[in-house]
Write a protein that binds this ligand. Structure first.
Ligand SMILES: [Zn+2]
Length: 177
């Protein structure tokens, strides 16, 4: 004999059935993440309840992808990375030498981070996440550290280059990875 436990909708109490589909994962705070084959519980009245498996692992993986994306970080991604570190905005801002107001402006897209701040955010997030999990700093990110150091040493020249560089260069530069 098989006993099937009926799962019921939290909104209306109607029985639910599980389907699998691709979803845009807005719950993550990111508007550019699409998950495939996600279990979704749908009741007979059409209410839907997401059942994203292994959320912790998924968010950890998304953070690593964001840290390594070639394109500039967007506000939602900065916020996502900061949340993954477990730090409050004020603490995270202090770690990278920003005021909480500046960080907030970047997180809400009111201002765009310079490439240098973009790099700092990635590296701080990578270091904080690795440290929290008891892992070494990811070795594949060493080129980013070198890039940041070069920036700091030759900031005058680089500031000039940065000002002259087209917005899209960051996105296509192969050596960022
Ligand atoms: Zn329902």
């Amino acid at each position: 004999m098989t006993i099937t436990k009926v799962r019921r909708c939290v909104d209306c109490g109607a029985p639910q059935e599980q389907v699998r589909r691709a979803i845009d994962y807005a719950e993550s705070g990111l508007d550019n993440v699409r998950l495939l084959n996600v279990p979704v519980w749908v009741c007979t009245n059409g209410h839907e309840e997401l059942a994203v498996p292994a959320v912790t692992e998924l968010h950890a993986m998304l953070a690593q992808l964001i840290i390594r994306k070639p394109a500039p970080l967007r506000g939602a991604e900065i916020r996502f990375l900061r949340r993954q570190t477990g730090l409050q905005a004020k603490e995270f801002a202090e770690r990278i030498g920003l005021t909480p107001v500046s960080l907030s402006r970047f997180e809400t897209n009111a201002r765009h981070a310079t490439r240098r701040v973009d790099l700092l955010i990635r590296l701080a997030a990578a270091a904080l996440i690795a440290g929290r999990d008891g892992n070494p700093f990811p070795s594949d990110l060493a080129p980013l550290v070198e890039r940041l150091e070069a920036w700091d040493v030759g900031s005058h020249t680089l500031r000039h280059v940065e000002a002259a560089a087209p917005e899209r260069e960051w996105e296509t530069a192969g050596d960022i990875r």
